[in-house]
Ligand binder design. Structure first.
Ligand SMILES: [Zn+2]
Length: 90
């Protein structure tokens, strides 16, 4: 028999400090509604943070990728230019 187990992340209840599922609508022990830190953040601020982080990583990756790319393009350009220059009298 195959059993499928879902991933349940346990958080502390704000009221009674009992371990409850982060997907629970309310605490099964005291009935308190758990606070969601992601949902309590203003949506705009959350989205801007995501965009800034994404852009930061994009530019960081681009900067690292640009160095070998420039070397490869420069080398290829020099080799191609060296081959083509006598042929086309460039
Ligand atoms: Zn509780």
């Amino acid at each position: 028999m195959i059993e499928t187990k879902g991933i349940i992340v346990l958080t502390d209840c704000n009221e009674c400090k009992a371990k409850i599922s982060d997907t629970a609508a309310s605490c099964p022990h005291c009935g308190a509604i758990p606070l969601d830190p992601a949902r309590s953040l203003p949506v705009e601020v959350f989205n801007v943070d995501m965009k800034v982080t994404t852009m930061f990583w994009f530019f960081l990756k681009a900067a690292f990728a640009a160095v070998p790319a420039i070397i490869v393009i420069y080398t290829a350009w020099t080799i191609i230019g060296g081959i083509l220059a006598p042929v086309f009298h460039l």
